[in-house]
Design a protein around this ligand. Structure first.
Ligand SMILES: O=C(O)[C@@H](O)C(=O)CO
Ligand SMILES: [Mg+2]
Length: 258
């Protein structure tokens, strides 16, 4: 049975960030993820996790100036020193929360640009090696260009090549099924082929990015497939609820902790 992590950036937005941990646990989740923890002190997050018996599945390294439109800096030539400092900041939060995997966002850059490609590979290599010192995995995630126009890592083939070329055991794929379906389709065959390099999975319905209980994907089948493939990591519920988060959790009832 998949272990689902509530994505607290998108779910339980009826509550303040820290109160979302309590709400997710009360709804039966045993794990959480979110995009960025950096506005809350690490100790406060650690306290919410412990109080609720929650595991911290994943979060992202700092993304640059998000409010100014940045979506990561790994592929931005000239930002390497900032990226190195960001890795240290994220590691403080990982240590406090027990997270074992972090997502490095690429940023907005032309995938055909040689300087961006060099910068991206250098950043991924550095961050993965630094995380390996601490026993953590580094994840890279292809994101579809409709949700994030101009995003550098917009293709699963590129992610696969980066992982294979860099050859670092802790550099893995964040397989967001929602993005996969929009970019390429062929979700089941891709899960089968890419499972050996997959370090985290995320889900949402397509095309609306709501609960995984409708739309063009058959999630009950995919959940069984993920089990059949022996995946033992987390499945992040990275969706915007159609209405209230709790009202939309019918799909999750069979998996909820009592
Ligand atoms: O799919 C997504 O958008 C996220 O997993 C992410 O990390 C960047 O927004
Ligand atoms: Mg995702």
């Amino acid at each position: 049975m998949p272990v689902f992590a509530a994505n607290l950036s998108m779910m339980f937005n009826e509550w303040s960030f820290l109160d979302r941990f309590d709400a997710a646990a009360a709804a039966g989740f045993t794990a959480v993820e979110y995009l960025f923890p950096y506005e809350a002190p690490p100790e406060a997050i650690a306290e919410r996790l412990a109080r609720n018996g929650l595991q911290q599945a994943l979060f992202n390294l700092p993304p640059g100036d998000w409010d100014a439109g940045e979506r990561g800096i790994a592929a931005l030539a000239g930002r390497f020193d900032q990226m190195k400092a960001d890795v240290e900041r994220a590691l403080e939060y990982a240590e406090a929360t027990g997270a074992k995997r972090l997502h490095l966002m690429a940023g907005l850059a032309d995938p055909a640009d040689a300087a961006a490609t060099t910068a991206y590979r250098r950043s991924a290599n550095y961050a993965a090696e630094r995380l390996a010192d601490k026993g953590l995995d580094l994840l890279i995630e292809p994101i579809n260009g409709r949700n994030m126009p101009g995003y550098f890592l917009n293709d699963f083939g590129t992610a696969e090549r980066v992982i294979s070329d860099l050859g670092l055991a802790n550099l893995k794929l964040q397989f967001d099924i929602y993005h996969r379906q929009i970019i390429h389709g062929d979700v089941t065959m891709a899960l089968r082929r890419l499972m050996p390099i997959t370090g985290h999975i995320q889900i949402a319905s397509v095309p609306s990015r709501h609960e995984p209980d409708g739309g063009e994907l058959n999630y009950p089948y995919l959940f069984e497939e993920i089990d059949r493939l022996g995946y033992s990591g987390f499945v992040g519920c990275e969706y915007t609820p159609r209405g209230s988060t709790r009202d939309g959790l019918g799909w999750f009832k069979p998996f909820a902790r009592n």
